[in-house]
Design a protein around this ligand. Structure first.
Ligand code: NAP
Length: 242
């Protein structure tokens, strides 16, 4: 399938690790110019992202950092076509033990960070009347969390609502907004959860790989999903039906 995104400019947050890294590589393989964002630039491997790739060190929960991501992108490439918000943080704390500070930290990256990035990206994308925004929700937002805690579940449920809201507001600008809801994916984020037990409950009898999520994100970032917006895509080996 030709995704027809060669030459497109893509910002990928959380690009140093897991799903973000796999997505940055996938988009680079399709011929995109990649702006790879993460908390520490030194952790981003731009060598695997093609000659034009650049790394931006930024905390996506900080509005000043977010503004810098997109001004750097425009300075380097003159445009922005694709935004994938993969940066995220996880927690497994029971609700009775969850502090207000931890609640805020989890929401500030997973939900506020996704919002700030999408809000900054849309005006740049609207200049060409073409844009693709893909947010990372989670199967946890659908189940209530098989391993995740209440703050993470709440933030990822917020991402699903945010996706629908932004799809409504950005549609007339030529920008689609969708989210993916991965199940258990083998990345550093899930290194400490009971992955074997979750795999055993999954119809496909295994957990997912970051590349399998990246494939679906690439389709949602492409010409092949031109009439899909406000949608969520479950990528969970059949563990949860929509
Ligand atoms: P990961 O391997 O931990 O990668 C997340 C990346 O985001 C890390 O490089 C992390 O940096 C970075 N990051 C954290 N806070 C940031 C911030 N404030 N600003 C910029 N970057 C930040 O996680 P993953 O498994 O690839 O997860 C990617 C996304 O998918 C997340 O949104 C996650 O919630 C979602 N998801 C994952 C799974 C799964 O099973 N893995 C399932 C459902 C949804 P540090 O390492 O320095 O913190």
């Amino acid at each position: 399938m030709d995704l027809e995104i060669e030459g497109r400019v893509a910002v990928v947050t959380g690009a140093a690790s897991g799903i973000g890294r796999a997505t940055a590589r996938r988009l680079a393989r399709e011929g995109c110019h990649v702006v790879a964002v993460d908390l520490e630039a030194i952790t981003i491997d731009t060598d695997e992202l093609g000659e034009s790739a650049i790394a931006v060190e930024a905390d996506i929960s900080d509005p000043d950092c977010v503004r810098r991501i997109f001004s750097t992108t425009v300075t380097a490439f003159g445009r922005l076509d694709i935004l994938v918000c993969s940066a995220g943080v996880f927690e497994t704390t029971g609700p009775l033990d969850l502090s207000a500070d931890e609640w805020d930290r989890i929401h500030s990256v997973n939900l506020r960070g996704a919002f700030l990035c999408a809000q900054a990206a849309a005006p740049v994308m609207s200049r060409t009347s073409w844009g693709r925004i893909v947010l990372l929700s989670s199967m946890a937002a659908q189940t209530g969390g098989l391993a995740a805690g209440a703050a993470y579940v709440s933030a990822k449920a917020g991402v699903m609502g945010l996706t629908r809201s932004l799809a409504i507001h950005f549609g007339h600008l030529g920008i689609t907004v969708n989210c993916v809801n991965p199940g258990t994916i083998e990345t550093p984020m899930t290194a400490y959860v009971e992955r074997e037990a979750l795999a055993a409950r999954t119809p496909l009898r295994r957990n997912g790989t970051p590349e399998e999520v990246a494939d679906m994100i690439a389709v949602l970032s492409s010409e092949r999903s031109s009439f899909v917006t406000g949608a969520h895509l479950s990528i969970n080996g059949g563990l949860v039906a929509d």
